[in-house]
Design a protein. Sequence first.
Length: 500
Amino acid sequence: MKEKIANWRLTIRFKWTCLLSLAIFMVFGLFATLIYTSIEQALLHNEENNVRDTVSAVDSRFNVYQAPLTRQQVQRRLAPKTKRNFHDTHGRLVTESPEDFYRDSLTKQLARGDLSLVLFDTHGKPIFKMGNIDTKFERTKTTKITVVKRNAQRLKHLRALMPIYSERTKQIIGYAKITNGMRNYHRTFRQLNQKMLLVILFAILLSIILGYLLTQPLVRRIKQINRTIDQINDDPDSTARIPQQRSNDEITDLVDRFNHMLDRMQDYTNQQKEFVEDVSHELRTPVAVIEGHLKLLQRWGKDDPQVLEESIDASVSEIDRMKKLIQEMLDLTRAEQIENNYVNETTQANETIHQAYNDFVMLHPDFKINLDDTVPPKTIVKIYRNHLMQILVILLDNAVKYSRDRKEINLSVSTESNMLAIAVQDFGVGVKQEDLKRIFNRFYRVDKARSRQSGGNGLGLSIAKKIVEMYKGNISAESAVGSGTIFRVNLPLTSKKNKH
């Protein structure tokens, strides 16, 4: 049981559904609370107005007296049986009939049924009571309206305490207590609470459904990502990708980046396989040659000085080629680490270019090497000096190797759009268009027999391309069979005039 609880987890769908449901329900709850409070205040204000109307009616009915109220006066004013004549506060004679009582505002208020009234004389003795109301006396000099709760039912009701002043003498002639049971108020709220309960249940159900529906697209996309990852884990060579959708949101951006990452990983995997296959192929030949010569010497060749010398020379030659291959492989590996170790390095372009030019002029006196240099003095290029020299050496050496009849090389350097532009042109055998796209691949050689004779392993241009790309530059080639090849390199410049 404990293990099941420990392994149990809350899914992201459950979490997001709960979160969205809670958010939707809170918004609804806030809205419902505002409506509920507004209705309550409106109903309570209406009941308070009814009490104030009753207070006003009581005061207008009894303020005509000058002396303290008596039971007989109250009885005559509240329950007349015959016509009665009396003088009002201005001394005018007024005749009142029993029918006038029932048209009076006080009578209409008391007829509502939820209003109760008790009158007191000036000593606090009850002289009239109507309705269910306590007769406890509380002396006051001003009218007070308060909201109280009944102890038993815990229901709100209104209570008004008021002194009755004589309009003529301005003296207190009695007191009144009025209570409003607010039956309409409570009945309305009972109905409202029942409906609110149904609405709350509906809101909970609706918020859960909406929360589930809103999280469904996101969860579906996550499942697609998981399925794609599982397919790739099962088959690293799989071309499975996350399906694209038309929506333009963060999940789409994530999917695009993930698919792009998978494409790059697939490219790296393919390159690694090709690299291993090419290295195995390239090393197999020199190893087989050395093995053949050693077996030859082991059987009988060691007794023949001529065979011994030829075998040793051939083995040393193959070992030298293996050393060069291993060195080029190391250079290619280091080129892939430039972004971490040399990304901020700079060098003076003029100095490095002229050094490479002078070195090749000295090493290949049989070649005519032309230099066209329009680079301003002290131009700083964003590349490590040794790497720039390595690029120039690879391109110039490649031009020398593939030049047969016309031994001439053009080296031109210039600045264009904040870039250092380098062009190396030879007039050799050239490259076919179908081969031109692959000359930067590892171990690729257009003329393998001639490349082997010249000591090439097919890694030079791959190394040059990797170095250039690591420094945010670009390299390209143009060629025509029998007319030669032009390699173009562009590297970013910096505004700095001095080397680090």
